[in-house]
Design a protein around this ligand. Sequence first.
Ligand code: FAD
Ligand code: PYC
Length: 395
Amino acid sequence: MFTAHDKLKPSYDVVIIGGGGHGLASAYYLARDHGITNVAVLEKGYIGGGNTGRNTTIIRSNYLTPEGVKFYDKSVQLYQDLSTEFDLNLFYSTRGHFTLAHTDSAMRTMRWRAEVNKHYGIASEVVGPEEVKRQTPQIDLSCGGHAPIQGALYHAPGAVARHDAVAWGYGRGADMRGAEIHQQTAVTGIEVKGGKVVGVHTTKGFISTNKVICAVAGFTPRITDMVGFKTPIFVHPLQAMVSEPMKPWLDTILVSGSLHIYVSQSARGELVMGASLDPYEVQSTRSTLDFPEGLAAHLLDMFPFLSHSKVVRQWAGMADMTPDFAPIMGMTPVEGFYLDSGWGTWGFKATPVCGKTMAWTAVNDKPHELITGFSLDRFRNYSLTGEKGAASVGH
Ligand code: FAD
Ligand code: PYC
């Protein structure tokens, strides 16, 4: 699918660490928007093999902060044209997204989000249980009597897409324009002189470069250790699973922070499901038995008729969590080292806008206007961008 490159060149204008969606999208927009093609994407495994290929593919812009809403809205807009732009079907499917509220305090947060969303022109509204039932007739609104649904935030543009295809589309687009994608090539060290990046050590040799974009999600602390600064990122596993395929019955995307569950039905008919973060900090992609047990129990609260359905796969990714549930993007204390990180449980939807804004930031050596609220400095300045109420995943 991609041009094979046996060897690395001795130098590149830009080196991108990480061949997930974000790294590949950065290479794509460097080439498409800025004509910069002397670029290497270095991926220690295979492209899309990290969190990009492990997520539950929910795309939405119903965030809580003005910074978040504007940023994710741009991403949703970019997603609309991607299948055509790539000449590749991304199975982008607008479903409508319900964030269920089972308590008075959850209803309050939904109202808050709805008002911020409407202010920025995003289609979000608070609805009652009858609207949830109208669009998802199979649901037990009492949730087994444990947690009756009081209402929901309804976000009509909420969508799902085929995650691998997003990585392949950006990868192919970057490759066609001249960027090099090197799989099975790990970055092992970064050379910094006088506070500036001068090169990158890899398992295939040394490369000179003055610009590095780091887009490695759950591996971020290992790379920032190489350049000598710390971020407040903690890595927790996030697990997911799918059911056996079934005839289409679930049109919508349902999320419940209280029941710790999100679920949608894929184009293949599988129910795609996830829950909360694992509660311990560990850099591992092992999955556990208690995860499907807990998730199945909550799924049955909502849909008791699924009690005989089978789980066919489960897996885990490594979520790079930040204290305020917003990403860390842009400039760093090291000149020429640009960070795209802190994507935790929420970064798939941001793939297009991250690629576009990171490419711009690296070219112009200043943060793109859409990412100024996500700077690393905000933790030093006590000016956090609090998105916890919009994370969708109970923590
Ligand atoms: P990745 O796809 O993880 O890519 C990083 C790459 O860097 C990896 O391929 C890795 O191999 C490579 N790498 C690491 N170290 C090195 C090195 N030293 N040298 C070379 N390469 C290296 N987000 C949503 O928006 N919606 C969702 O529904 C959603 N659900 C999720 C469910 C789960 C179970 C998980 C785990 C995450 C979910 N997310 C979701 C979050 C989302 O998946 C991520 O935020 C996003 O995919 C991050 O993309 P990325 O390209 O930055 O990272
Ligand atoms: O960001 O919408 C999201 C999400 C849902 C599940 C995991 N992340």
